[in-house]
Design a protein around this ligand. Structure first.
Ligand code: UDP
Ligand code: MG
Length: 322
């Protein structure tokens, strides 16, 4: 199994992290490796990581990124370097207790493709807890896999999920959500959550908002479709308004401001049409976007039966993306 840990300016935590993580890994009773990603840290995180790696005879590797690319990109870089059949991700700030890893792995062994940690009692500021509740509802809806906690990075994935996520090579990936779209069996287990051991959170409100927006636009065309729907709605209202005006005129005869209201109705109708037109253009842009995104249309895990037959190149786990 592999552990993948993204690191951005975590020099205060790395030594204590490793002193807790290593015994857990050794206690698993299976081969392990650790992949740390230095996500362009400005402090001496890289130095500390290399020191740790030097003492571990190849079981610890450090991926040095050229600059700060963000947590999820760092995890992707780590995924690509990892080799284990099971891959566990974990934050470097000790908010995720490494001691939970055996339980995640046990859940994978039970046949789950993805196992998410669920921070029942979060140690974060109140505004983050509320924002995150909303975020999880929305993500569950968009991804179609309900989970209490999409933000928890203490998670375990099976190899084929990791490979598919890496192959997508998305520019603004939200790893837990993306992984869930490829999983057949998903489980969630409650895990502990602690205060950040040292240093400061790398996310401010703006960063979190950006992440959420990425997620919404990364998974659905709903925002674009809402534009078209709004347009149709406005036009229908305008037509109804025109009918009311006509009825009014027939019943009460010409009114002083009748022409003005008629103009309003016509205006609203065309405003609606403009919305609709924008939405339609958006639909086409959206289709291009879905194609360009390069997510596999399907993933073949295995072909059963017909053993001994020559297997040609069209059958295989890697989707054809040429
Ligand atoms: N991180 C990273 N690159 C970034 C931001 C964060 O690799 O640009 C890492 C960070 O070092 C930590 C994890 O991602 O291991 C989670 O970050 P943090 O604890 O600041 O997030 P929070 O717990 O506040 O959501
Ligand atoms: Mg943290």
């Amino acid at each position: 199994m592999s552990v993948v840990v993204p690191v951005f300016n975590e020099s205060a935590n790395l030594k204590s992290l490793w002193s807790r993580l290593k015994p857990v890994l050794e206690g698993l009773g299976r081969p392990w490796e650790a992949v740390f990603i230095d996500d362009g840290s400005h402090d001496d995180s890289l130095g500390i990581l290399r020191e740790i790696a030097a003492g571990e005879e190849g079981r610890v590797r450090v991926v040095e990124l050229a600059r700060n690319f963000g947590q999820h990109s760092a995890i992707l870089a780590g995924f690509r370097q990892s080799r284990g059949e099971i891959v566990v991700t974990l934050d470097a700030d000790l908010q995720n207790p490494p001691e939970e890893i055996p339980r995640l792995i046990a859940a994978i062994d039970e046949g789950n493709d993805v196992v998410g940690g669920w921070r029942e009692e979060r140690h974060d500021q109140a505004y983050r807890r509320y924002a995150s509740r909303l975020h999880n509802r929305l993500t569950s809806l968009i991804v179609g896999v309900p989970m209490h906690d999409y933000g928890c990075m203490l998670r375990a994935y099976r190899r084929h999920i990791v490979d598919t996520v890496v192959e997508c090579d998305e520019k603004a990936a939200f790893v837990p959500a993306l992984a869930n779209t490829f999983a057949k069996r998903v489980a969630e287990i409650p895990v502990g959550h602690d205060d950040r051991a040292g240093g400061k959170s790398k996310y401010n409100l703006w960063g979190l908002a950006k992440l959420s927006l990425n997620l919404i636009t990364g998974f659905s065309l709903v925002p674009i479709q809402m534009l078209s729907m709004t347009g149709i709605g406005i036009s229908v209202l305008a037509v109804m308004m025109a009918m009311v005006l006509v009825a009014h005129r027939l019943i009460y005869g010409p009114q002083e401001e009748g022409a003005l209201w008629t103009l309003f109705a016509i205006l609203f109708f065309f405003v609606g049409m403009i919305f609709l037109a924008l939405g339609l253009i958006g639909e086409y842009a959206g289709r291009i976007y879905v194609e360009v995104r390069h997510r596999p249309t399907y993933i073949v895990r295995a072909v059963h039966g017909g053993e001994g037959q020559p297997v040609d190149s069209q059958v295989g786990p890697a989707p054809d993306r040429n």
